[in-house]
Design a protein around this ligand. Structure first.
Ligand code: ZN
Length: 304
């Protein structure tokens, strides 16, 4: 049984779809290791101002030409204090795409950088479209800077989007996480769900699944409680639960096969019902908490 990564769940595809369906949120949190989250954030910002509105930069319209990678602006060295360099730069030379990260000489993204971005977002778009700010390496925002950011999230200026990119979600205040659509890059590519560097969410899910035979129905329902609340972030967290469960189930089957036990039809059914739950969540807008409950109780039955 192969662990299938469904194209519809790729972060870039989720983001592109939100533009095509005209369901863009004011704030996103992209989490994951490596460069992919920040390059995806840049592509998303460019797609947000593209006149085509198809979820990917068309590369032909004026905003796409302006937002194209430009060695001159990419090479601008930022300084948190705004002395040796500006506190933020642009994506390409597009005036409405703002990019903030930690300056090479700084230990943190400064509160001054956050304030400058807020002021720039409040000015409104130069080009009549959206204004987008990307904060790359948001784990380097200290709590005061995050609190300053919170005010922006509570009252986002119309037509603006904030995209936070962080290596791990745990570095971001819960109050910010709960106001942002969470886009998770698979922590499981490569090292697997038991990677010591996996996020604490992944680790907690794996611990729960490992003990699923010993958990009562009540305990599993309690665990599923964490997926209640605003739909978008809850759905994103349940997507993570489904991804991790699919991989966990594959491990289960491999372990059984290694011990000479052929996979039971029940574990194949469990794999199929995970895919069904994924479709319910994405295509039928099923309630995330209910999807989590069905998943956990279903897995308990199939491996118990
Ligand atoms: Zn375009």
């Amino acid at each position: 049984m192969q662990h299938e990564i469904h194209r519809e769940n790729h972060p870039a595809e989720i983001l592109g779809r939100s533009i095509r369906n005209d369901r863009v949120h004011s704030s996103y949190l992209l989490t994951g290791a490596g460069d992919l989250p920040s390059t995806t954030a840049r592509d998303f910002a460019r797609a947000l101002v593209c006149r085509d509105g198809q979820g990917v930069a068309c590369e032909n319209c004026d905003p796409c030409r302006r937002s194209r990678e430009d060695p001159e602006t990419e090479g601008i060295v930022l300084d948190g204090k705004g002395k040796r360099g500006p506190t933020y730069r642009h994506v390409g030379d597009h005036p409405d795409l703002l990019w903030v990260e930690r300056g090479p000489e700084d230990t943190r993204i400064s509160i001054g950088q956050v304030r400058d971005i807020q002021a720039a977002l409040r000015l409104g778009a130069n080009e009549g479209g959206r204004r987008v700010a990307v904060i790359n390496g948001a784990e380097w925002l200290n709590p005061q800077a995050q609190n300053a950011l919170l005010r922006l999230l509570e009252e986002p200026p119309p037509g603006t989007n904030l995209v936070l990119v962080a290596s791990r979600a745990s570095a971001i205040l819960a109050t910010i996480r709960s106001r942002s659509v969470r886009i998770r890059f698979p922590a499981t590519s490569g090292a697997g769900i038991r990677d010591p560097d996996a996020s604490e969410e992944v680790t907690l899910i794996v611990q729960t699944l490992d003990a699923i035979r010993d958990h009562s129905v009540g305990q599993l329902l309690d665990f599923a409680e964490q997926y209640r609340g605003a739909r978008a972030p809850a759905a994103e967290s349940v997507t993570e639960l489904i991804d991790v469960s699919a991989e966990w189930l594959c491990e289960e089957v491999k372990t059984r096969v290694a011990h000479g036990v052929s996979p039971s039809s029940r574990s194949l059914d469990a794999h199929r019902s995970l895919q069904q739950l994924r479709r319910d969540l994405i295509q039928r807008n099923a309630n995330p908490q209910m999807v989590a409950e069905r998943l956990l109780l279903g897995l308990r039955d199939s491996v118990g």
